[in-house]
Ligand binder design. Structure first.
Ligand SMILES: *Cc1c(COP(=O)(O)O)cnc(C)c1O
Length: 340
């Protein structure tokens, strides 16, 4: 376990990594230790995996959904800045929602399908409005923003090692931080907050049993050693896709943003607007022929438990949702894509 955490620190460049049972638990603890309180609002993209929104609910906070941009598929910093100019009320370095009166405590920035979001801009925005930045890098191990690994901008950042992610520990996740003391606290609270002692069981706060089992951490060490090979294969596949789809009308392959080197965790096709009605047909045909394509996640604000949450205009995320298709992205696929 200590070895896996050390390897994560060395690879990502953060000060402290804490291995936990899964990425959702890592988000839960990151929000908790960021001081997100009951009835605070937390900004997060509506275009994300359900775990991001659920973790906000676990700390009794309220998701506040923000729009994405076509350039990164993640949060649009300019649009969010303009929105907060209208909706945000800055009092004593803290930002409140003018409409609800609740404090907007944090922003969870998601690196969607492994593509880094515009971190410098979002960090500036958070500083300006007194909002805590947390990076959901669950999908982005091996992705770099301006030559630095993602996870280095948030107060906390998280990774996932679920079976479908770039590397896996069976199930698992990690909390990353630059603050050594917060890192220690994260370790403490994810291991039942037990005070170190030879035999006594003393606990000094409500803790969680979120520790990653050693057997999973051992897997993680072996997987991390293969990461650079996986990343090479994924880039090779993405390059092949880019070449193939350049010749096909009505659809484009989504490339990494120009400031980023992406891990291409899950490859993305975007249909031209005029072809959006063909999405379901493409999904039907490909899946019936054994090619595993998938639509976008259903947007968070359309799910029953989140439909009443506060939100800004979400028109870009809605357009992305209607035109996006995920295509096979396993590192192995690089050898077979010639067939497509
Ligand atoms: C996978 C994922 C998570 C959660 O990770 P688990 O390990 O499955 O709990 C969180 N956020 C995003 C964006 C993810 O893709």
């Amino acid at each position: 376990m200590d070895k896996f955490e050390k390897m994560l620190v060395d690879y990502t460049g953060v000060k402290k990594a804490v291995a936990v049972v899964n990425g959702t638990a890592a988000l839960h603890i990151s929000l908790n230790l960021s001081g997100v309180k009951k009835n605070d609002e937390v900004l997060l993209p509506t275009l994300t995996f359900i775990a991001t929104a659920n973790a906000v609910s676990y700390v009794n906070a309220i998701p506040h959904f923000v729009d994405s941009e076509e350039k990164t598929l993640g949060t649009d910093p300019q649009k969010l800045f303009d929105y907060l100019k209208k909706v945000g009320d800055i009092r004593k370095d803290a930002c409140y929602n003018r409409n609800t009166g609740r404090r907007i405590r944090a922003l969870v920035a998601v690196h969607t399908f492994g593509h880094p979001v515009d971190l410098d801009s979002l960090q500036n925005l958070c500083e300006h409005y007194g909002i805590i930045l947390i990076e959901d890098a669950a999908e982005a191990l091996g992705s770099f923003y301006k030559k630095r690994h993602v996870g280095n901008w948030g107060k906390f950042s998280i990774l996932s090692f679920n079976g479908n992610k770039t590397i896996t520990t069976g199930g698992g996740g990690a909390i990353l931080t630059h603050d050594k003391n917060l890192g220690k606290l994260a370790k403490h609270i994810t291991t039942t907050a037990k005070k170190p002692h030879k035999w006594q069981f003393n606990h000094d706060r409500i803790g969680y049993n979120y520790r990653m089992p050693n057997i999973n951490a051992a897997l993680g060490c072996a997987q991390l050693e293969q990461l650079s090979t996986f990343l090479e294969q994924k880039r090779c596949l993405a390059k092949r896709y880019a070449e193939v789809f350049r010749r096909i009308k009505g659809v484009r392959f989504f490339p990494e943003p120009n400031f980023a080197r992406s891990n291409y965790w899950l490859n993305v096709l975007l249909l031209d607007n005029s072809h959006r009605h063909e999405r379901d047909g493409v999904l039907e045909t490909t899946n019936s022929r054994g090619i595993m394509t998938r639509p976008s996640w259903t947007l968070m604000h359309k799910l029953p438990m989140y439909e009443k949450c506060p939100r800004m205009d979400l028109s870009v995320a809605e357009r992305i949702e209607q035109t996006l298709i995920n295509i096979p992205s396993s590192a192995m696929d690089c050898m077979t894509v010639n067939v497509v």
